[in-house]
Design a protein around this ligand. Structure first.
Ligand SMILES: Cc1cc2nc3c(=O)[nH]c(=O)nc-3n(C[C@H](O)[C@H](O)[C@H](O)COP(=O)(O)OP(=O)(O)OC[C@H]3O[C@@H](n4cnc5c(N)ncnc54)[C@H](O)[C@@H]3O)c2cc1C
Length: 1062
């Protein structure tokens, strides 16, 4: 925040160019000053205006003097109260230059506390007597006021889809390193603070940082500031400055760029969308007939973004705050969008203990707003869009879910006869009728065949259970249809009764559990699948069902799987209707098209409940085709952590090969035979080759073996099904199946390459499968999958502690349509192999971005000029040819911008993804190495005699063998558990197990191999046995795959986060 007032009025420079153009004024809003744009002075500048002027895409706001009070008057008051000469503070700030305390404060070099001392000294020197001004900034922080009308404007602009940014010269405190940011940062897409980025306005760099983060061009941006100097700086980089002398004048200027009002923001709304505007005059006359407004009252009408189906509006005038809900325009599906019914049911339930908004009037006259509509009181409170309830404590979340459950029970407990709504719907056969209705609706809006929908339409009618009771059902009961008290976990109103009727209450219970089966990033309907619910305080679906049943005093519900399938079916049919309407241009939400596309996902999920129900333990059967499922307890199979997208059914962990699928067992056997016949016999040859002069080329036998393995189908076994669901690239095995196979490969350090399953290619291939674009896949993934080239991965740098990937310093800069890479890397495995044709390079593209958004990954062909290998490094004196582990530099390496993977700033995200399956392959192999080491040890000690008896008879040897067996079994089980969890609940939930095994496996292997070496005597350390090589790999993997300490830290953090005393 800058307090220097410049006299030059440069803020209007850009305006003068447009003096001939007319201004359209936004409608006045009650309670807000009317912003009169000076006609003929300002050009409106938005999409579709005349000329070739660019579209405005973003608005950048200064803070002090724009969104909160100007510091200068508050400083003046401080001077007066401290007996200082008037103007001294600003005088010192202005004259002290870049080294002065103020400038150092704003660039984050000193904190508020340090500033107090330095600035007191500067002021005292200037005034010629002692002053203590350490209270100045605390005084400001206590006395500034927010400028509400400007904050309102920010929200209106953002609600219309424009980007917003806060660009402030501010300061930070020493105690908590917190900066002065008294404005809710969520109002902005980007916040750039001088004290955080180390630059202050008007330095060009700070504007450029802001633009970079906004991803807009300067000419697409408006910039508001009260300081001339800052406005000039902004103009110099190409922004359009607006000078803020006072809020009204600034809003006047700003509003001339937009066609929507900049006042009257209401959370969750925007200006009414095109084609869905409400005719203000006729609504006004209607309100007048209801005795509610005089003709003088201006009306603020804003449309809620929420509500795909019936357009809903906020209507404010005088001190009345109403909500208007209407049918959408256009031809509608039969019996849909019945707002009259919504009015009726809310009116009735409101009188019988269900929290609903107070109904005001129903208007069926279509001449008022084009369709029937009703008005109700606006309820002020909180709406939770995200079912994971971020920002709440576990106990708050628990209370919120409890309140949701209570209100659902209250709805289902209303006596329909007493409430006079016994005719609100038919009695009995609710679910059958619903399936019929929604099947019909779905058919009417079908755009393409959805197989899962067809199957559900056939299966559901044949398996419908009898309902125990007929109650009011809400039909769309979920967390974000509830308005909670502003402070308490109390439901003030249940909204959106469009689908309500009389029916089977369990359908509501299942419907509000949809979130439990959807991923947190599921578009439109967010979920909580995969979240640690007990840690978060959110009941699992089982617990929620139990709570509901206890609350209603009914037995625990059985057949929940049926109701879940039904709920997903219904939501799929609804979404398909929304989609069809969007194609016809009638849907009431921008998201309608996207929503419709999810119909198929929902239908598949619904069908998965049918398919995944395990067979009953005794008798009968539960075939997909339609036999009635026997009554069974929901908790027997519900799995709230299941990922909707996973192809792998939750099942048993196969600790033995015999527990695997037939195909996996067959591959396992084949692999064992291949190892016996072809791999073990050539180990010595390959080992010798690694020590001869030609060691930096591969041995030709490797090509022969690779060809053979490929022809036998033992190829690319590593790509997990979840990353490659259509088996386009790999063998389509689960991580657990591969774990058993990979263990076999681990028995020889040469084996994994034979089957095209070796690092670092596997990790790189996974990256390209997951994140590569079509061209990248064609050029690099395919030859890697074919095994015709090899690759390397360059992250680690000698200059920084690379176990913390945020430390990486390599630079990636854009120059036109090329990227210029500079960096010094080391320990880059495989880079020396002549077959290594491509490198995935990690560097930084944006130093000012969030810590984890600075990095990017770029594909670099190895022959690109500037890629230089300096030397192979040695591990325990061994160079590990032909690939080696090398030190290399990238000097002004130029590659096309298209070589970036996923986009700038996504490098860390990719690195995290790369740490998934690929990384536990090492663990799987280490189990194989350990097994072989133990086998060699057992064989050796039985055939070697010392002090008159075989070594195997020595107690210490026996203890070593026993210890090794126990450790291997433990490590294998943990490896398999991690793999199984990756398959069934996803890598994110499996993170603790992945981290644990990464520490456990190499440590176990190191100990087991060490004991085997010891038992072999001198031979154990020689190259005559694979033990020494195994040992060095186990030791390497305690570092190369991330140091043990880093994984331990992660495990401990996850454990500490649980923080539960049971
Ligand atoms: C044989 C081999 C092959 C490799 N292959 C590749 C490759 O192909 N590509 C690539 O990019 N890199 C590769 N690496 C590098 C490897 O990933 C890094 O060595 C590793 O990430 C550690 O980084 P660093 O060496 O910079 O150690 P540093 O980050 O400097 O860490 C040094 C030590 O500090 C300690 N430490 C670090 N963090 C913590 C903490 N949070 N708590 C407690 N102690 C901590 C640990 O003891 C750690 O070992 C390879 C390494 C080896 C040895």
């Amino acid at each position: 925040m800058s307090v220097i007032r410049a006299s030059a009025c440069i803020g209007r420079l850009h305006l003068q160019r447009w003096t001939h153009l007319q201004v359209i004024r936004p409608a006045a809003v009650p309670g807000y000053p009317s912003f009169q744009a000076s006609t003929g002075q300002i050009k409106r500048w938005y999409a579709g205006t005349e000329g070739n002027q660019p579209t405005i895409k973003a608005v950048i706001f200064d803070m002090g003097g724009v969104l909160i009070s100007q510091p200068a008057p508050i400083f003046a008051a401080f001077e007066e109260s401290s007996g200082m000469p008037a103007g001294l503070l600003l005088d010192v700030i202005r004259s002290s230059g870049e080294k002065g305390a103020w400038q150092r404060l704003e660039t984050g070099q000193i904190t508020v506390e340090e500033f107090g001392k330095e600035f007191s000294k500067e002021c005292s020197e200037k005034a010629g007597r002692e002053f203590d001004v350490s209270g100045l900034l605390p005084h400001f922080e206590q006395n500034f006021k927010p400028i509400h009308e400007m904050i309102d404007a920010v929200q209106c602009i953002k609600a219309q889809g424009y980007k917003t940014a806060l660009l402030t010269n501010n300061w930070k405190h020493k105690q908590d390193d917190k900066s002065l940011l008294p404005i809710n940062p969520e109002m902005f897409d980007v916040v750039v603070e001088s004290c955080q980025v180390g630059m202050r306005k008007p330095s060009p760099g700070i504007y450029e940082t802001c633009l970079q983060q906004l991803k807009v061009k300067p000419e697409e941006c408006l910039f508001l500031d009260d300081i001339g100097r800052n406005l000039k700086g902004a103009k110099d980089v190409g922004l359009h400055p607006i000078k803020v002398d006072n809020p009204n004048q600034a809003l006047n200027d700003l509003s001339s760029y937009f066609t929507f009002p900049l006042q009257g923001f209401i959370e969750g709304t925007s200006a009414p969308r095109k084609g869905l505007e409400i005719p203000t005059d006729s609504l006004k006359s209607h309100l007048k007939t209801l005795g509610m407004t005089s003709t003088d009252d201006a009306i603020n009408i804003r449309q809620y973004k929420h509500g795909q189906s019936n357009p809903t509006y906020y209507v404010g005038f005088g001190d009345r705050h109403l909500v208007l809900r209407k049918k959408p325009p256009g031809k509608l599906l039969p019996s849909a969008h019945a707002v009259e019914r919504e009015y009726l049911i809310m009116n009735a339930l409101g009188k019988h203990g269900v929290p609903v908004p107070k109904m005001v009037s129903l208007c069926e006259d279509t001449s008022v707003v084009g369709t029937p509509f009703y008005l109700m009181d606006h309820v002020k409170g909180r709406v939770f869009k995200d079912p994971s309830l971020p920002g709440f404590t576990a106990s708050e979340r628990h209370d919120i879910y409890q309140a949701m459950c209570d209100v659902l029970c209250r709805i289902h407990s209303v006596d329909i006869n007493k409430a006079g709504i016994q005719e609100y719907g038919k009695h009995g056969n609710y679910v059958s009728r619903q399936v019929k209705t929604w099947s019909k609706q779905y058919k009417a809006s079908e755009t393409h065949e959805i197989a899962a929908m067809s199957k559900l339409m056939e299966w559901l009618p044949q398996n419908t259970p009898e309902a125990d009771a007929t109650t009011v059902v809400h039909g769309d009961f979920r967390l974000d249809n509830l308005i909670f008290h502003p402070d308490k976990p109390e439901v003030l109103a249940v909204l959106d009764w469009e689908l309500s009727t009389l029916g089977d209450p369990i359908s509501d219970l299942a419907y509000c559990g949809l979130a439990h089966y959807l991923q947190p990033d599921f578009p439109i309907l967010r979920g909580i699948s995969g979240c640690n619910l007990s840690e978060m305080g959110i009941p699992t679906m089982d617990e929620f069902v139990t709570q509901y049943c206890q609350n209603r005093g009914i037995p625990i519900v059985t057949n929940m799987p049926f109701y879940m399938a039904f709920s997903f079916f219904r939501v799929a049919a609804i979404l398909q209707g929304v989609y069809k309407r969007s194609l016809q241009g009638q849907a009431s939400s921008q998201n309608a098209k996207a929503a419709g596309l999810l119909a198929e996902e929902m239908a598949k999920l619904g069908w998965s409940f049918v398919e995944e129900t395990p067979p009953p333990s005794t008798g009968g059967g539960f075939s997909r085709g339609g036999r009635v499922p026997p009554k069974r307890n929901y908790s027997m199979w519900s799995n709230s952590r299941r990922q909707y997208s996973t192809q792998v059914k939750p099942g048993l962990l196969a600790s033995e090969v015999s527990g695997l699928s037939e195909r996996a067992q067959k591959l396992h056997k084949q692999l064992q035979e291949f190892m016996q016949e072809h791999v073990y016999p050539i180990e010595a040859t390959l080992n010798e080759h690694q020590n001869c002069e030609e060691r930096w080329t591969h041995h030709p036998v490797m090509d022969t073996l690779k060809e053979k393995a490929r022809s036998e189908g033992l190829w690319n076994l590593f790509l997990p099904l979840e990353a490659d669901p259509d088996c386009k690239y790999g063998a389509g095995l689960t991580n657990m199946e591969y774990a058993h196979l990979c263990e076999i490969m681990g028995r020889s350090i040469y084996a994994s390459e034979v089957f095209n399953c070796s690092a670092p290619d596997t990790g790189n291939m996974e990256v390209l499968v997951k994140y590569g674009n079509t061209q990248q896949k064609k050029q690099w993934l395919q030859p890697l999958l074919d095994g015709t080239i090899r690759s390397c991965y360059a992250m680690t740098e000698p200059a920084v502690a690379s176990s913390d990937a945020t430390n990486i310093q390599s630079d990636i800069r854009q120059a036109g349509d090329t990227l210029v890479l500079n960096g010094h890397k080391w320990w880059i495995s495989g880079a020396n192999d002549p077959r290594c044709k491509v490198c995935i390079f990690m560097g930084k593209t944006d130093l000012s971005a969030d810590k984890h958004k600075q990095q990017s990954m770029v594909i670099v062909p190895m022959e690109t000029p500037g890629v230089k290998v300096l030397r192979p490094l040695t591990v325990f004196g061994f160079q590990d040819p032909p690939g080696g582990h090398v030190e290399m530099v990238f000097e002004d390496v130029r590659v096309p911008t298209e070589n970036i993977i996923l986009g700038p700033g996504r490098g860390f995200e990719i690195a995290q993804g790369r740490l998934g399956p690929g990384r536990i392959h090492h663990c799987m192999r280490l189990i194989g190495m350990s097994e072989r080491a133990l086998e060699l040890m057992v064989h050796r000690v039985q055939n070697r005699v010392a002090f008159g008896k075989p070594l195997a008879d020595q107690g210490t040897i026996q203890a070593d063998i026993a210890e090794s067996r126990m450790e291997i079994e433990q490590a294998r089980l943990l490896t398999l558990k991690a793999a199984h969890m990756m398959d069934t609940v996803g890598n994110k939930v499996a993170a603790p197990e992945i981290a644990m095994i990464k520490v456990a496996a190499p440590n176990v292997a190191q100990r087991v191999i060490d004991r085997a070496m010891q038992a072999h005597g001198g031979a154990g350390l020689s190259s005559d046995f694979p033990l020494a090589m195994f040992y060095s790999w186990a030791r390497i993997l305690r570092l190369a795959d991330g140091p043990d300490e880093v994984h331990r830290r992660a495990i401990a953090k996850m454990e500490l986060r649980k923080n539960i005393l049971k």
